[in-house]
Design a protein around this ligand. Structure first.
Ligand code: NAP
Ligand code: ZN
Length: 351
């Protein structure tokens, strides 16, 4: 067991502080990765601050599941990777490989899946999995992704969570030419959702609470921006959307967006507000509309998304920070003051 430098939280009210954590010795199918960049997801903030009933952290916890790094060692049976390669790790680090979900290539639904942080580690590392705000990580090769060579690494890190979480439902719901698509909340997930929906040829509208993000939404390729607090603007678009992706991190009025859908339209929630949302029956019934959710994506689909990003040159818009900037970044994320993802340069861990 190796001890490595990391950053994490010691309690729900603690700031993110320097820690030393264990990383297991390489098993036969393991890849050791020196971490170069790690994106900051709003889930890291929810988790470190213990905001979700469904996922209580064991402290100290180390967040971070948008990991880009360089392979520094491989186990004896590893065939997929060799030393020096640039690779990625997202939210999944293991699954049982035998259940229906795993057989379907949808490891995110495996009842025994292990997340990159906050779940028990099948390999027995106490106190459970610890994430990417650290100098290195050891991961089974099946859960390690190949990063297209043309992508800028700091900007590619957020693809590992924000990218796949938006790409998967956008693809599943047939977003493409002729479809009017709404993206709610222009943050880390939302801005990736805009990029994918635009790249797939849809007409994309951004719903935002922040008038200051309007110009960026248009620069990202949106046809228009709807200020969700402006009732007149909202009314103009009622009943016109085929699909809406809701990326909001806090409690909000979901009915306002359900009413934007056409007959048989779908709104998919990827945002994970800690509080329940109140759904009005009639918004769903009258238009035979549906409201669903979606978590990340499987490993094969994540690789497909990365390869598409390589082909089309898609990455996140990032603000690169050092480890000493993580706490400020958390505060700015909660305030919605984000353009549009923070990525930590992990080389600052050594300074
Ligand atoms: P983020 O960068 O903080 O973006 C969230 C955006 O939501 C904000 O920029 C803001 O956009 C909007 N917003 C925030 N508070 C709001 C409020 N009170 N009312 C209305 N809008 C508000 O967060 P993120 O990293 O994209 O993550 C978004 C959510 O997705 C989080 O809850 C996260 O935990 C969850 N998540 C889920 C999955 C999954 O697998 N389903 C994966 C990753 C993350 P505007 O300024 O444009 O209004
Ligand atoms: Zn995430």
């Amino acid at each position: 067991m190796e001890q490595v430098k990391a950053y994490g939280a010691e309690s729900a009210t603690s700031p993110i502080v320097p820690l030393t954590i264990p990383r297991r010795d390489l098993l036969a199918n393991d890849v050791k990765i020196e971490i170069l960049y790690c994106g900051i997801c709003h889930s890291d903030v929810h988790f470190a601050r213990s905001e979700w009933d469904a996922m209580a952290p064991v402290y100290p916890c180390v967040p971070g599941h948008e990991i880009i790094g360089r392979v520094s060692a491989v186990g004896s049976d590893v065939t997929k990777f060799k030393g020096g390669e640039i690779v990625g790790v997202g939210c999944l680090v293991h699954s049982d490989g035998t259940c229906e979900a795993c057989n379907d290539g949808e490891e995110q639904f495996c009842p025994n899946a292990n997340l990159t942080y906050g779940t028990p580690d099948v390999h027995g590392t106490a106190p459970g999995t610890l994430g990417g705000y650290s100098e290195s990580i050891v991961v089974n090769e099946k859960f390690v992704l190949t990063i297209p060579e043309n992508l800028e690494l700091a900007a590619a890190a957020p693809l590992l969570c924000a990218g796949i979480t938006t790409y998967s439902p956008i693809k599943r719901h047939g977003v493409g030419p002729g479809k009017k698509v709404g993206i709610v909340g222009l943050g880390g997930l939302g801005h990736m959702g805009v990029k994918f929906a635009v790249a797939l040829g849809a007409e994309v509208w951004v719903f935002t609470t922040s008038p200051g993000k309007k110009a960026d939404a248009l620069r990202l390729g949106a046809t228009g921006v709807i200020l969700s607090k402006d009732a007149d603007e909202m009314a103009k678009h009622a009943g016109t959307f085929d699909f809406i992706l809701d990326c909001v991190a806090a409690k909000h009025d979901i009915n306002a967006y359900i009413n934007m859908l056409k007959r048989d339209g779908n709104i998919t929630l990827v945002g994970a507000p800690p509080e329940p949302l109140d759904v009005s029956a009639f918004g769903l019934i009258m238009g035979r509309r549906s409201f669903s959710g979606s978590p990340i994506g499987g490993i094969a689909e994540t690789q497909e998304m990365l390869d598409l990003c390589g082909e089309k040159g898609i990455t996140a818009d990032v603000e690169v920070i050092g480890v000493d900037g993580i706490n400020d970044a958390y505060d700015r994320i909660v305030e919605g003051d984000i353009k549009y993802r923070f990525t930590i340069d992990m080389s600052t861990l050594q300074q």
